[in-house]
Ligand binder design. Structure first.
Ligand SMILES: [Zn+2]
Length: 242
């Protein structure tokens, strides 16, 4: 708590850090010194705490709706980064796909970039490349085998050099002529990405391998489950796919 970290002596504010060395790595200690420097100019008032944001005179109490209004007014979000939000895909899977497109899922590479100590940056599924979003979900040998089977299943010819999730979503957008078909393919794509992520987690955290054929079966089952649970069975493009 902040209040445990400062005291007033002779009317002067001083910070108390318990004398212990909290940081030792040079990179962190630099950040630490910067943080302490920022605190030097801080004026402590005897009021209740509140979250303020922004630095200039517009400093105000933080409210989610103000942030929301600001975000809504930003026009510069690239089109490709905006995912179709399909109500009949479960929220957690929609969220996962959205985060994956933005490169915000905790892959091994993402963890290392955020200074998390992990034993290896290599993809657990193939053991040969760094685990990034695009590697794990698209270009990994394992993922490629799953995508090949799935693309045959939904009769969607995949481009030969498909290397990123964003490109795949753009491709689906341009390839499918009907909205129904596009929705169905989106659903299967979401199911495939989600299944690959689960398989990866199961391998890393439970040391359980999943055969490609089983992975493909899981994608199909999940796709039909999502399709059926929203009553789209006879209307979506999954009709006729067995
Ligand atoms: Zn891999």
């Amino acid at each position: 708590m902040v209040e445990q970290r400062y005291c007033f002596m002779d009317g002067q504010l001083s910070w108390v850090w318990d004398g212990g060395s909290l940081v030792n790595q040079s990179q962190t200690s630099e950040a630490w010194n910067e943080c302490v420097k920022l605190l030097e100019g801080i004026k402590i008032e005897m009021k209740s705490d509140a979250w303020l944001w922004r630095q200039d005179e517009t400093r105000e109490v933080f409210k989610v709706n103000i942030l929301r209004t600001e975000l809504d007014s930003i026009q510069s979000i690239p089109e490709t980064q905006v995912l179709k939000w399909l109500s009949w895909i479960p929220k957690k899977i929609n969220c996962f796909l959205w985060r994956a497109v933005l490169d915000r899922i905790p892959t091994r590479e993402a963890l290392v970039i955020r200074n998390i100590n992990i034993p290896s940056i290599t993809c657990a599924l193939c053991g040969s490349n760094a685990e990034t979003v695009d590697h794990l979900l698209i270009s990994c040998q394992y993922a490629q085998l799953v995508w090949t089977a799935i693309s045959l299943w939904v009769k969607l010819p995949l481009p030969r050099y498909l290397l990123s999730l964003v490109r795949l979503l753009e491709y689906i957008e341009s390839y499918c002529s009907s909205e129904e078909k596009r929705k169905a393919i989106y659903l299967v794509t979401a199911a495939t990405c989600w299944t690959l992520w689960r398989i990866r987690n199961n391998l890393i955290f439970n040391q359980k391998k999943t055969q490609v054929s089983r992975a493909v079966g899981n994608v199909k089952a999940l796709s039909f489950f999502m399709d059926e649970s929203k009553g789209w069975k006879n209307r979506s493009g999954l009709e006729g796919i067995e």
